[in-house]
Design a protein around this ligand. Structure first.
Ligand SMILES: [Zn+2]
Length: 256
């Protein structure tokens, strides 16, 4: 059993490595499928053993082998997170179609989270692909144990519009200072994916984790993050979504 889980983790880490490439090349005009990866500082082409997920970062001790420039923590971080999420999805009662479908959905969420963290903007194309995929999933109620299309899940459909309205209201009232409109678009898909109870749990978690992270950032680095500066909210919404998706029932039972 361990070998199966380990293989799923490695598969996830490899996909995570590809997600890193997508995140870095998005909106730069570079192709995500062609062109070998190279060091951003000295342009050294990376050899195959320098491209292994997680392992290469460890044995290169986080530095480029030619110019010794530090390699971003983003690489092993995204690879590890993707590996863990794949294992968690694999643990759900499922068949191969349900697993593949959710793997796709969560891959887009990871891209959106990291891209928003780096650039403070939610890429339109990817949020609409995510929303499109979860909309298709509404016809299946995300019951990955018996994947197949059946009648529309009206409850989740409505939940998406409720969460969207909440964020659109925050956006409108603050004229975009508290939330971007991208957060509202993301909330639409999150509601469709989770339904209203788990959706509210996800958003509540996002506000709590975001508030704690905000206080920590101000405390740890007073010069860089003043009270006025904002941090992207998308990564917290997506973290809350993942926690609620996997452990929502337990969290809701604990709180109410
Ligand atoms: Zn280099």
């Amino acid at each position: 059993m361990f070998f199966i889980y380990f293989s799923v983790f490695v598969f996830g880490a490899v996909v995570g490595s590809f997600l890193n490439v997508v995140i870095l090349r998005l909106n730069t005009g570079q192709s995500v499928v062609s062109g070998r990866s190279k060091c951003f500082t000295c342009a050294k082409k990376l050899k195959w053993y320098e491209l292994l997920p997680i392992a290469s970062f460890v044995f290169l001790r986080g530095k480029c082998s030619a110019c010794k420039t530090k390699i971003s923590w983003q690489y092993p971080f995204v690879e590890t997170i993707t590996g863990i999420i794949f294992v968690l999805l694999f643990q759900q009662p499922q068949n191969i179609f349900g697993f593949s479908f959710l793997v796709l959905i969560f891959s887009f969420l990871i891209i959106i989270a990291v891209y928003d963290y780096r650039h403070r903007i939610i890429p339109n194309l990817f949020v609409w692909i995510f929303n499109g995929l979860v909309f298709l999933g509404l016809f299946n109620s995300f019951r990955i144990s018996d994947f197949g299309f059946r009648i529309l899940n009206w409850n989740n459909l409505l939940a998406g519009f409720i969460l969207f309205s909440f964020f659109a209201l925050l956006w409108g009232v603050s004229r975009g200072r508290w939330m971007g409109f991208g957060d509202a678009k993301l909330a639409l898909g999150i509601g469709w994916l989770l339904g209203i109870t788990k959706g509210i749990a996800a958003i509540t978690l996002a506000f709590w984790i975001g508030a704690i992270a905000g206080v920590l950032l101000i405390y740890l680095n007073k010069s860089k993050y003043g009270l006025k500066s904002s941090i992207a909210f998308g990564p917290f919404m997506i973290l809350g979504t993942a926690v609620s998706f996997f452990w929502g029932e337990k969290i809701i039972a604990f709180l109410f």
